[in-house]
Structure formats: structure tokens, C-alpha cells
Write a protein that binds this ligand. Sequence first.
Ligand code: DGT
Ligand code: CA
Ligand code: CA
Ligand code: ZN
Length: 589
Amino acid sequence: MTNSDIAAVFEQLADILEYKGDNAFRIRAYRGAARTISGLVESLVSIRNDPQRSLRNLDGIGADLASKIETLLDTGRLPLLDELTAEVPAVVWEMLRVPGLGPRKVKLLVETLAIDSLDALELACQEGRVAALKGFGEKTQQSILDNLPFARNPIHSRLLWLEADGILQELLVWIRSCPEARRVEGAGSWRRGCETVGDLDVVVESQRPAAVMEHLVAWQGTAAVLLQGDTKTSVRGPRNVQIDLRVVAEESFGAALQYFTGSQEHNVRLRTRARELGLSINEYGVYRLEPAAEAVPRSARGASLGGQTEEEVYRAVGLPWIPPELREGRDELVLAGQGLIPPLVKLDDIRGDLHMHTSATDGENTLVEMVRAALERGLKYIAITDHSQRVSMARGLDASRLLRQWEDIDTLNQSLCADGPAGIVVLKGIEVDMLEKGGLDLPDEVLRQADWVVASLHYGQQQPRDRITARILEAIANPWVRVIGHPTGRLINRRPPYDVDIEAVIAAAAGNGTCLEINANPSRLDLNEHHAAAAGKAGVRMVISTDAHDTSGLDLLRCGVLQARRAGLSAANIANTLPLAELLACKRG
Ligand code: DGT
Ligand code: CA
Ligand code: CA
Ligand code: ZN
């Protein structure tokens, strides 16, 4: 089992226990464990096998969870989950995919209305039976109806990029351990850094394809073999994901990697360009197009003009290498042809993280622990941005608690520079809520004392477009607000964005010098690539922040960087690539 499988098991346990009305503390522990595990870069197997380390040293993993992880690693199953699953009707899992329906609401629907399918749920809504339930009402009923197509759409069951990455990294380590494998690379939508990934594609260079394919079949993550050919094998892997492996010879590796990285649309355009130059590109290489080439067997078509590396393939059609994140068949070939592909922002360019939570609100780690973790990761500055009071579920801060936190931050900054220059500067920040009725959750006299204000919209997400847009525009115009957090509120696979006029938001942000966030959480990635690209063109600076709720959450920056790269953004588009003094000079209150 991979990290991603195990995280999914703990999420399921938490859902099912919540459904059954179990102890809130226990539920929280499972969710925390799932979060820690999905944020781990290293595999649980290697941590367990390292005699110097212990699973119990991971954040939020005690003796009980450690032993459950071991059971999962050893047997691939967890008896507790099997038992609990048997006690709950299967429709529960389907219903949990409807945005806005949590375990408690699902339970009420199942037990009082005897809902046994999404169709039955739809009918119950249409007949008004859902609205009549305690705690539901007309609004919730309508929102369930609106959200049913979302839950039914298979696109919302694709793996998040980070989940796919967890599985793929373990797979790559395994394939690279095969003595017959030479170059081994992941391709497809994973390599392009897409928000979600359908199946995993791996390209391998080898002179003995059969040995490499046998090696994949022998992987501990392989659950079933779907197809086995001479140079291609497909298996079902962890989390039911399909894995497509292609094995090619040295002279074709670059051509195959290019082909299987896609996207399909990018490849179609690249081949069209090749044809116009009298060339043909396929997964084996680049060839000169002969008249009636189809009639000639491939082996007789003459030597390949390139294919050992991707660079050779692009060079053959007069182009520089194009970063995979841009290969979506938009304008990348035109830009590349004019030498106008921008240098994309890199993880190393990011100097600070400007959105994170501590145990003062709904974070898992203390201020000091977060700062230490940020220092270990080489960040030069961070902003502590806990929730404001409106977010009562997270024990949001009122003015007096916030001012006390800021005193702690002052003291901490002083101690950080007690013996020489500080390695990191901690900014006094807040994630202030945009209230349903308009306005912000803390007065300007408080906000003006902050170093960094993130304004976010968490409540009233069902309001009509003009209301939502007006609330955000008001926050953008506030002189103390530096950045709008997760500007559309979507949660990938779980909740559509709220209805907002994003063009108006971008124009206002540009006009006020307010930044927009690219929230790096793999479920948010908000702004998305299209909006981020538009914001960049409009001259808006973006901030890539993790919104970390624990120390391991700080590792998510790379997901936000990938999203920014897909939007074609450079370091100059991203505010937190700036040195601190320049960052703070960006928008003056
Ligand atoms: P996914 O798996 O749905 O997240 O998306 P991809 O892009 O990984 O798609 P996939 O796995 O079907 O194929 C990987 C790449 O291989 C794809 O981006 C382009 C190339 N490819 C696969 N099948 C075809 C095809 O039938 N025609 C063309 N032109 N390209 C293909
Ligand atoms: Ca794929
Ligand atoms: Ca595939
Ligand atoms: Zn936050």
C-alpha cells in the first residue's frame, strides 16, 4: 500500500465514524493522520524499514495509528474499516460526494427517508421531502439538486495530482530498481502537472522490455494485470488507478516520452507543424515524410531525424523544448516558435509562505512549531494568518486574542535575531473573513497594525453573483488587505466554485495593487490555471501560499508552483518571490 492508499483509508474511517456519530476526538485524529500522510514526501514503507526512525515520530501518529499503518502495510487491509463498512449502506459513499452533504446529513437522509441511491435522493428533493427534514430547508434541498450533476460526473472521481504523485513516486523507485531499466520517467497528465490525473503513464528505456514489464507485474502495488503486449503493459495499481507502461529502445525514448506526455491536443498540433515541414512525428522518432509513406513499412522509411531526447524532437520542427506544464495545445507552439516561452517560476524562487494557521485556531501545530518548520524548509519569511472570529467552528480570533498573538510574534522575532541576523522573519497576519452582509470581520484599526492581511470568503457561498462579487471587490479596495485568499472557493472533486465575476475581481485587483492567491492546497489550487494566466496578463501579482494547517502542510508549496507554471507565470508575476522589503512595499495602506 502506498501513502495515498493509507491516507484514503484513514479518511474513510473518519467519514464512517462521523456517520455513526462516534467521538469527535477520534474522528479528528484520523483526519489529522490522513493529512500528515498525504503531505509526506517519503514513503511510509521506507520510514518503517529505517531502524533509526519510527512511524510514531510523525505528527499526529501515536501507537494506535502506527500499528494500523503497519497492519495496512503488511496485509493491505484494515479489519476495523472492513467491519465498519459492512455496517453502513453503500449509498453513503455516493452521497458523500454531493457537495454540501457531510456524514451527519447523509445519515439523516438514509435513516428517515430511506434514500438508497442518488436517483432516490433526486426524487426526494423534487417532491420536497428533503426540505421538510430537520436542519435542511428549501435552500439545502435546492443546493443538493444543483450539486447532483457534480456528484454524478465521473471527472470528479479522478485522483488529485498529489495523490497521483504519491503513487507514481513509489512506482518510479520500484521500476528504477529493475536492472534492465535505463531511463525511467513519468509522463501523461501527471508530468504536465494537471490538477487531477486519470491514469498514470510511465515510459522506460530498455533493451529487454519483457523483463521491465515483469518487474511492474511483480510490484507490491499491482492489484491486477489488464493488458500485456510486446512493449506495453497496463495494470491496476493502488487506489484502483490504471498504470500504463511503455518500454522503448534508446533511440526512441525522447519521442516516446514526448508522445505519452501529451496532451493529445498539443501532439496533434505538433504533428501538423511537422507535416507542413515535410516531416512526420510518432512515438518512435521524427521521420522525413515520403510520398505515400503509408505504403512503406516503418523500418524501410529511412533513418530517424531524432528521438533520443525530447529536445531532438522539438528541434526537428524548429522549436525549443517546451515545458510539459504548457503542453495543452493552446498558444505554446506559437510562443515557442517566436522564442517567447517565459522562464516559468520555480520552487526555489519562492522566498516566503504567506498563508498558514496555528493551533490558536484550526491548525494542528503551535506558532513556534510552524516557524521552526518554515525555517527548516529554507523560507525567508512567513505570515501567520489564523482565522478571524466569524469562523467560530475554528475558534477564530477576535481583536484581543489576535493582538496577543502578535505580541508573541514580536517576542519570537526578537529572539530569532538575538544572536546575529534572523534566518526568518515572521509577519503578523490574519485571514480575515469577508462577512455575508459585506465588510470585513475585524475593524480597520486592527487590520492596519498587521504586516499581512489575507481576506477570504468562507460563508454565504450560495449568494448570487453580484453579492459575492461585491463582497470581494470591497475587500480588494480595502487599503490593508494585501491578498484575496482562495478567490473562487472551489474544492476539487468536492465543491464547485462560488458564483463570482472573476474578470471584475482581476480588474479590481490590478487597479488596487491587491494580490490574488494561488492557494497551493492540492484540493484548492485556487486561482485555477486559466484565471491565474488572465490575472498575470492583467498585471496582477499573485501569491503562492500553502494555507498550511500543520507543519507538513508547508510542503504543499510545490503544488501551487506547478499550478502557476501551468498558467505560464514567471517569478516576476509572483509577489512572494520578492525580498521581504519589496514585498511589503507592494501595496501601501
Ligand atoms: P489522463 O490520464 O486522463 O489524466 O490524461 P493523459 O493526458 O495522461 O491521457 P492518457 O493517459 O490517455 O494518454 C497519455 C498521453 O498519450 C496523452 O496525453 C497523449 C498520448 N495519447 C494517448 N492516446 C492517444 C491517442 O489516441 N491519440 C493521440 N494523439 N495521443 C494519444
Ligand atoms: Ca494518463
Ligand atoms: Ca494512459
Ligand atoms: Zn486559511
